[in-house]
Design a protein around this ligand. Structure first.
Ligand code: AMP
Length: 225
């Protein structure tokens, strides 16, 4: 219905999309589709999608559009997102954004808002270089800014914390280049559709969460929920 929240989190690697996406999911209790997590799970399971995606991910390149469009279309068509969703890491190209728009039109749905979490490259690099993720659920920490209670162990599921292969310095630079070249054009794409809401992402996670919470509350009021 018109009252559903169909949200997109947009931002460079290290902007805190994963951290904020998890919190938003708990807050709103909506299906949360983080395409990086979905792809990493596919790699771990050794599916065809995972095997095909791995080489791109290891290089810090984007996985081909049709793969991601297929992954998201399947979830939107399944019915599980019929009362709203949170997308994190998709779309990442204009081609993906156009495919999403077409799919939503077909399903008589529409994006409620795009939340742009804005941080500069230096901050992205600082965040990614200290980032640790858990091997079980992909929960995200930072060795200085957001350490786990017990070093090397996930607070939430107790699994081991590791450095992602693509968080190594040389790959991080390439991921940021890819972001500027292929994903940053989405800022204007969604501005044109009057869907863009910018949040200052360089503050601490609690402040960013608060900004997003305020924004989503306003959206809910406007949508009449
Ligand atoms: P993330 O965890 O969001 O940083 O994603 C990790 C990696 O997965 C990216 O560097 C890409 O290789 C791939 N990936 C995730 N989402 C997409 C997407 N929407 N389009 C293309 N590649 C993606």
């Amino acid at each position: 219905s018109m009252a559903d929240l169909n949200l997109i989190l947009l931002g460079p690697p290290g902007s805190g999309k994963g951290t904020q996406g998890e919190r938003l999911q708990e807050d709103l209790d909506l299906p949360y589709y983080a395409t990086g997590d979905i792809l990493r799970a596919a790699v771990k399971e050794g599916t065809d999608v995972g095997t095909g995606a791995k080489e791109y991910m290891d290089r810090g390149d984007l996985v081909p559009d049709e793969v991601l469009i297929g992954i998201i279309a399947e979830r939107l068509e399944s019915g599980e997102a019929n009362h709203g969703f949170i997308l994190d890491g998709f779309p990442r190209t204009v081609v993906q954004a156009e495919a999403l728009d077409a799919k939503l039109v077909e399903l008589h749905r529409a994006i409620t808002a795009v939340i742009q979490i804005d941080v500069d490259d230096d901050e992205s690099v600082r965040r990614l270089s200290g980032r640790r993720v858990c091997t079980e659920g992909g929960h995200v920490y930072h060795e200085d800014f957001n350490p786990p209670k017990v070093e090397g162990v996930c607070d939430i599921d107790g699994s081991e914390l590791i450095v992602r292969d693509d968080d190594k310095a040389e790959v991080v630079r390439h991921r940021l280049d890819q972001y500027h070249e292929k994903t940053a054009p989405l800022v204007d794409y969604y501005k044109t559709q009057a869907l863009l809401n910018r949040v200052e992402g360089s503050k601490d996670p609690e402040s960013v969460e608060e900004s997003i919470h305020t924004l989503v509350s306003t959206l809910s009021l406007e949508e009449g929920t």
